[in-house]
Design a protein around this ligand. Structure first.
Ligand code: SAM
Length: 317
């Protein structure tokens, strides 16, 4: 069984190679009339992650306080290690963007993102006229979107950064950490989660991460993705996923409530059935064994701080 799972992990690199080739073809860098016929599985793998985050985001954006009118409540989203994620622009298109959307990453990354935003009117138009873009500083500052550079490990600086971002810690906040914490050392990762929990009183902390690092498949994935830090957070998530139920993290004094599901369960029990059917029809061939293994090695977890009792309807169930 071990060598089979090793093989599956190594084989998964082929999907990524094919996906890269396909994007070269789509951009016109090279011609290959056949590669698209072979790129199927990564689409579904990524789709499950996207659909889960999107559905939880909509739930958050639609949560209303008991005495507020629909859509009138101020909300903010904070994306940690946002990279080149485009969720803000998509939400804008859908008329669903929150009052404030803040993205943080290393300066090297935010500078590149800032200059891409500056040079592309399709993006610039989405962030409004009163925008200041400071490419060298890696900053974009507008009324409703803010991109700022920070090393997330520098916890004391995080308070300054959210101040600079105009975030109000008492406002409902959705924090995204998608494939980010695993790259940090355990102490930093723990401190970031603790900081978020202490800072935002009415918040949802969303996490998408690799789990089960100790089995053969997990080991292979760690080598392939060159992840050096695999830590407490991951083992805690593994436990949560095994329990497959609600779990109260009172003992750690962390979030009032936390839930973790592996992606196999998220895909079959949370992603809308219609969406699943649509995606499955797009696929010609399928390697169920590898798909299952990949999905079991990733999870979505969320922690909730809910002093105002707003998030009763939020979550997987
Ligand atoms: N969250 C994005 C997504 O899912 O598309 C990007 C994920 S990417 C795998 C990880 C991101 O985390 C990178 O953009 C990286 O620069 C950022 N990151 C990792 N460690 C960081 C740190 N200490 N401070 C700031 N950003 C960090």
């Amino acid at each position: 069984a071990e060598s089979r799972s090793n093989r599956a992990a190594v084989q998964a690199t082929n999907d990524d190679a094919s996906a890269s080739k396909l994007s070269c073809v789509k951009k016109g860098y090279m011609k290959d009339d056949y590669i698209h016929l072979f790129v199927r599985r990564p689409v579904r793998r990524y789709f499950a992650r996207w659909a889960a985050l999107r559905k939880l985001l909509y739930q958050f954006l639609d949560c209303e306080g008991s005495n507020s009118e629909k859509g009138s409540t101020k909300k903010q989203i904070l994306s940690l290690g946002a990279g080149f994620d485009t969720t803000y622009f998509q939400l804008q298109d859908e008329g669903k963007a929150p009052y404030l959307y803040v993205e943080l990453d290393f300066k090297e990354v935010t500078s590149k993102k800032a200059s891409l935003i500056e040079s592309c009117s399709q993006l610039r138009d989405k962030i409004g006229a009163t925008t200041s873009i400071l490419r060298e500083n890696g900053e974009v500052l507008s009324d409703h979107y803010r991109l700022l550079p920070v090393d997330l490990r520098d916890i004391p600086n995080l308070d300054d950064v959210i101040l600079l971002a105009n975030m109000d810690p008492s406002v409902q906040t959705f924090i995204i950490a998608e494939c980010v914490l695993i790259y940090l050392d355990p102490d930093s990762s723990r401190s970031i989660v603790g900081w978020a929990e202490k800072t935002f009183s009415t918040a949802i902390f969303f996490l998408y991460e690799q789990i089960h690092p100790d089995d053969a498949f997990g080991q292979q994935m760690i080598q392939i993705w060159r992840v050096e830090a695999v830590h407490f957070w991951v083992s805690m998530l593994c436990q949560l996923c095994k329990q497959r139920q609600k779990y109260f993290l009172i003992r750690d004094g962390r979030f009032q409530k936390a839930v973790a599901w592996d992606m196999l369960r998220v895909y079959s029990k949370f992603v809308d059935a219609n969406e699943r059917r649509r995606i499955e029809r797009l696929e010609l061939f399928d390697e169920f064994e590898e798909w299952h293994m990949m999905q079991e090695h990733y999870c979505v977890a969320y922690g909730i701080n809910d002093v105002m009792g707003l998030y009763g309807k939020f979550g997987f169930e």
